[in-house]
Design a protein around this ligand. Structure first.
Ligand SMILES: [Mg+2]
Length: 277
């Protein structure tokens, strides 16, 4: 049987740390299907390595084959003692040429609407700031890219909301470092076709992977704003049916968090329903 590559965001996608309720049987069922030999599992998240390991322990999640951390800046192999995939680091560094974290920070230090996040959120290939949630994100991105362009640095600016803290997060990464590109990198490494891949997410920093052409599911607990943005972006996609919106009422579950992931998995790969009985 063909392999299936399942990629999941963590916070408010697999991890039920939002306002909505989680169906009791969803996570145990997710853990059960993760044991299938046919499945290659990846977590794709804004969390760093320590936070991913903490999430696995706290929420009793299966240990994945791959963990894409720091919104795409790093790829780990948890089964191989959390080995860092150095090929990925080399690949993404290309977009920053010889520039590093410090150079990028220097170029942006007069932008008063950006407040540097704590050191544990920074990474060689990820510069992270807080900003006002009400800010116009398009002009913010334009301004950042304008500041960086003289040095030839090509960056990916990711804007997302931390609803718990009531702040907006701005991550600046090498252009090739994104959740979508990281998934694509692993897919090629595993010699899989795009038809064998599914991604599940809930928020702004998932949009690029949700609407990038691979099969994807937006869990039901996603905000209305993200849902609208996803619908807009899909309108110009050649395969609009590659994004599925979890609705709930699947095996008695509500479609939130991991229940939505399972619902999407069966929507795209109906044969996986057998794994759940
Ligand atoms: Mg999330």
């Amino acid at each position: 049987m063909e392999k299936l590559f399942l990629c999941c965001d963590l916070d408010r996608t697999l991890i039920p740390n939002g306002d909505q309720a989680e169906s009791v049987k969803a996570r145990p069922l997710f853990s059960r299907i993760a044991q299938q030999n046919r499945l290659i599992l990846a977590y794709v998240t804004g969390r760093n390595k320590a936070q991913i390991r903490d999430a696995i322990e706290t929420y009793d999640l299966p240990v994945p084959d791959y963990a894409v951390g720091d919104v795409g800046a790093t790829i780990y192999q948890p089964g191989k003692n959390w080995h860092t995939l150095s090929e990925w680091s080399t690949y993404i560094q290309n977009s920053w040429h010889h520039s590093g974290w410090e150079d990028i920070k220097e170029s942006l230090n007069t932008l008063t609407f950006l407040l540097l996040q704590e050191p544990e959120h920074q990474h060689r290939h990820k510069l992270s700031y807080y900003t006002d949630p009400g800010i116009d994100k398009n002009s913010l991105e334009e301004e950042i890219l304008r500041r960086l362009s003289p040095s030839g640095v090509k960056s990916n600016v990711i804007f997302s909301l931390d609803e718990e803290k009531g702040v907006a997060l701005v991550d600046i990464l090498p252009q090739k470092a994104s959740k979508r590109h990281a998934i694509e990198f692993i897919r090629l490494q595993e010699k899989l076709s795009t038809d064998q891949v599914m991604f599940a997410g809930d928020s702004g920093n998932d949009l690029d992977a949700l609407t990038g052409g691979i099969r994807a599911v937006l869990v039901k607990n996603a905000s209305e704003a993200v849902r609208k943005e996803a619908v807009n972006q899909m309108a110009s996609q050649p395969n609009p049916d590659h994004l599925f919106f979890a609705r709930g009422d699947f095996l008695g579950m509500n479609g939130n968090y991991s229940a939505g992931v399972l619902e999407g998995l069966v929507h795209f790969f109906p044969e996986t329903l057998d794994w759940m009985s």
